[in-house]
Design a protein. Sequence first.
Length: 197
Amino acid sequence: MNYLAHIYLARHSDAAMVGAMLGDFVKANDTERYAPEIATEIRLHRSIDSYTDQHPVVQSSKELFSEGRRRYAGIVLDVFYDHVLSQHWERYADVPRQELIQRFYRALMAHEAQLPERLRLIAPRIVQQDWLGAYAELEGVEQALHGVSRRLSRNGHLLRESIADMHQHYEAFAQGFGEFFPDLIRYSEEKRLTSSL
């Protein structure tokens, strides 16, 4: 899953949302320097990503990508799912989307001193350019995917070309999200309650 979905799943506290973001920047076994709530969410982030990758609906969606570009399907779907979540936010949340995003941005900057260097460097841009809010429009999804493609060591063009698959199968991917996301919500809630993460 991408940033907005992780933030949504950890919306019960500011520290949890920061931990959910840190999951992409901190190794799961390198959490000792963080408060327990943040450390738990870092580890849960990895578990959520694994669950997502293995979910049958997500697996089926990946098969719709052109064969040469299928290896980048997970990246495209992660960002696209933030778009679908944005489009149907009221179905999943009582708090307005932009209100939660702004709360997260404040929490992120309040924890600036604890952020790993890579995240600390981009955090001001995340806030100023409203990365999470931008996913509401497909243009924001495309910009995010272009940004990721530039950071790939090779074959970034294949990720950019995968955007065509996203447009072609928009409805199927959006429907898949609607089937998959409630399962993910249940999984994350159960994992947080029952597991020693």
